[in-house]
Design a protein around this ligand. Structure first.
Ligand code: GLU
Ligand code: MG
Length: 451
């Protein structure tokens, strides 16, 4: 008797869960297994390779990386960070199911070059040393369907919204299902440019949420056959895509500590020290928050991004913006009050950029730094002398300049594990080498595909 294939039960795709890490260059990578075997991966995770953290956006393993072909690591899933989106616009596409991980040694010790561990440790330091909790939210701008010349609508218009309404609706549903707490999906100023925002959340989850927004947004676009890019610039003279990081601090009782009703701009003494720290180290921080050659096509005056290291109230050209608080309907300003870090884009790792901004702010608090670089005017409208008098410096003009600032910022560097820094400098050197002959137009086309 022969066994005919018709007698076998039909085969269906196996449901998979992926353990992921988002690396030093903001790319989310990982390994998948059958979801019904999840229990066996919860404690010891899955294998990982150190040199994966030395990959450039161009997909090369950086020449001078600390590991080469040696070593083994584990991705240990943080079960509280699991993201599940059961379905999307393509009925045949499997749902999304992934879990953020911390990278550990094979004996479970934390790995020094893990960006998520870096952020977790920094948040713990705020708790232990300063008695503070950190709350944050990342806003993302991106271009959707930008390769289609017909996709050109008035800025912020209902027509632009309607054009992408089906996408926006699916995106909001998927983000809700993933626990990301989306707030708004909106058309932006640029051609085919949109933005998505989500609610703030405490701790490492804020950076995980930024990854979730990027990955879910890309997946919805993929399922709908739409091109998408979060790259900071798609044309050298085009409108830029920013990522804006909103941060506030609370004491252990949950009371906001950056706000003071006595100050005209609302910024408390602690908030001023924090802002002074961020502004002092800002040129070096750009190496993490604006980490690719095209990031510097965005960090220019008149881009509503940031070109100088200054604090500004309600000014979208300030690196650190004091955001408006709404008093309509007797809302209390204290709970809404936050500072927005703007020289950031989606070629950065959310965990690494948030961790380093927090480190700079903590140094400001510990050293009780005085806040000088404050301007309510656009810093570009001030004379060089006026900027000098207020200690407002220009942000780096290139990735190379930002990396030089980072190397020179000994106090900031001392906060970071040497292994992570060595890998980071190696990756960025390799990336600069790969892109050195590209024109601005070529750089834009190149990075549009990578991010
Ligand atoms: N597109 C601007 C940027 O690159 C931000 C515009 C806004 O304030 O929403 O950061
Ligand atoms: Mg915007």
């Amino acid at each position: 008797m022969s066994l005919s294939s018709a007698s076998k039960p039909p085969v269906a795709p196996t449901a998979m869960t992926t353990i992921v890490t988002t690396d030093l260059i903001g790319i989310t990578r990982g390994r998948s297994f059958p979801t019904d075997e999840l229990e066996s991966y919860q404690v010891a995770g899955c294998g990982w390779v150190p040199a994966n953290s030395a990959l450039t956006p161009q997909g090369l393993v950086a020449a001078d990386n600390p590991w080469g072909s040696f070593g083994d690591l584990r991705l240990i899933p943080d079960m509280s960070s699991r993201v599940r989106v059961p379905n999307g616009p393509d009925a045949n596409a499997p749902g999304m199911d992934f879990i953020h991980a911390d990278i550990c040694e094979t004996d479970g010790q934390p790995w020094a070059a893990c960006p998520r561990t870096l952020l977790r440790n920094e948040i713990q330091r705020y708790r232990d040393d300063l008695g503070l909790e950190v709350t944050a939210a990342f806003e993302h701008e991106f271009n959707l369907g930008y390769l289609d010349a017909a996709n050109s609508h008035h800025a912020f218009s209902l027509a632009a919204q309607h054009h992408a309404a089906s996408f926006g609706g699916w995106l909001l549903s998927a983000l809700k299902a993933a626990g990301v707490e989306p707030e708004m999906f909106l058309p932006e100023y640029g051609k085919a440019q949109y933005e998505v925002t989500c609610r703030p959340i405490q701790g490492v989850a804020a950076a995980d949420r930024a990854v979730n927004v990027r990955e879910i947004t890309r997946e919805i676009a993929r399922q709908m056959g739409l091109d998408i890019s979060f790259a900071p610039k798609l044309q050298p003279d085009g409108v830029s895509n920013g990522v804006h990081l909103h941060i506030s601090l609370q004491d252990q009782a949950g009371h906001p500590v950056m706000y003071s009703a006595q100050e005209s701009n609302g910024l408390s003494a602690l908030g001023r020290h924090w802002a002074a720290g961020v502004l002092k180290y800002l040129p070096a921080l750009c190496a993490f928050s604006a980490p690719t050659p095209i990031s510097y096509l965005r960090l220019k005056p008149h881009h509503w991004s940031a070109a100088y290291a200054n604090l500004g109230q309600r000014n979208r050209e300030a690196s650190l913006r004091i955001c408006p608080t709404i008093t309509i309907g007797n809302r209390s300003p204290a709970k809404q009050y936050n500072l927005e870090f703007r020289p950031l884009d989606a070629t950065s790792s959310p965990h690494l950029s948030m961790a380093t901004v927090l480190m700079a702010g903590r140094l400001g608090i510990e050293q009780k730094l005085a806040l000088e670089a404050s301007a309510d005017e656009a810093p570009d409208d001030l004379s060089q002398e006026q900027r000098q008098a207020r200690n407002i410096v220009a942000l780096p003009g290139s990735l190379n300049d930002a990396l030089v600032s980072l190397r020179d910022s000994k106090e900031l560097i001392a906060q970071l594990p040497t292994l992570l820094l060595d890998a980071y400098f190696a990756v960025k050197a390799e990336e600069l080498k790969s892109t050195q002959t590209m024109s601005p137009v070529e750089l834009c086309e190149h990075y549009a595909r990578l991010y």
